[in-house]
Write a protein that binds this ligand. Structure first.
Ligand code: ARG
Length: 232
């Protein structure tokens, strides 16, 4: 007998920002796909539920949505487990380790040091751990948070921004897909861990999800999903 509540009977209702390939994005056929989508579907099925992704939400509205509850049961959106977020929501056990990337024009010789200067404009997705990293490590630069990662990358292409900071697996994926004139100038070893965010009012759901994730680790399902999206 399930010891948790759901916003829709028989469903795991998921909220995400769907512009973050290869974790969650809309493919050419209009389908919601990615590593997190496969993982969430598998978790839901192990709980005897179907998985429904809601329409994309701006990233910095997602923690408040989960905190207030009502619309989605969980956020599965490459979300890093942070102390600040843990004040508002609970997280499952971690399911993937990640780092940040500093992205510039391929032709640029800018470094973390040269970018930490008056007049430098550094973009990021609003509310991401990358934004916090810029504010802490490039305090002399101007931070320009945007809703959309693609808009930030295009702005680096056109010279509107000197650099962008975003999760390294996303930088690697998106640069190889469509931004060959950009490069990862520096990898930033933040050692982040992604988790599934759940309302603090629903601890039974957090526990059931962590159990499903542990089972997926030990039976090889997680490794299969990783190979599908990141290669072997
Ligand atoms: N891992 C970073 C964070 O938690 C970025 C997550 C952005 N996710 C997204 N689907 N746009 O802040």
């Amino acid at each position: 007998e399930a010891s948790y509540t759901l916003v829709q009977d028989g469903k795991l209702t998921v909220v995400a920002e769907l512009g973050f390939a290869p974790f969650e994005y809309i493919d050419g056929d209009g389908n919601t796909v990615g590593f997190d989508v496969d993982m969430a579907n598998e978790v839901a099925s192990r709980l005897g539920l179907t998985c429904e992704f809601l329409p994309s939400q701006q990233f910095d509205t997602i923690v408040p949505m989960i905190k207030q509850g009502g619309k989605a049961d969980v956020a599965v959106t490459a979300m890093t487990i942070t102390d600040e977020r843990l004040e508002s929501v609970d997280f499952s056990d971690p399911y993937l380790a990640s780092n940040q990337a500093l992205i510039t024009l391929a032709s640029s010789d800018a470094t973390e040091e040269s970018l930490n200067a008056d007049g430098m404009r550094i973009t990021c997705q609003a509310g991401n751990t990358g934004e916090a990293w810029i504010r802490e490590n490039l305090p002399n630069a101007t931070v320009v948070p945007l809703a959309d990662v693609t808009a930030g990358l295009m702005g680096v292409q056109t010279g509107r921004y000197n650099a962008m900071v975003v999760d390294l697996p996303v930088a690697t994926n998106m640069l190889s897909q469509s931004f060959s004139d950009l490069k990862v100038a520096e990898e930033i070893p933040t050692g982040e861990q992604y988790g599934i965010a759940v309302s603090k009012d629903n601890p039974g759901l957090t526990k059931a999800i962590s159990q499903a994730l542990a089972d997926m680790q030990s039976d090889g399902t997680m490794a299969q999903i990783e190979t599908k999206w990141f290669g072997s």
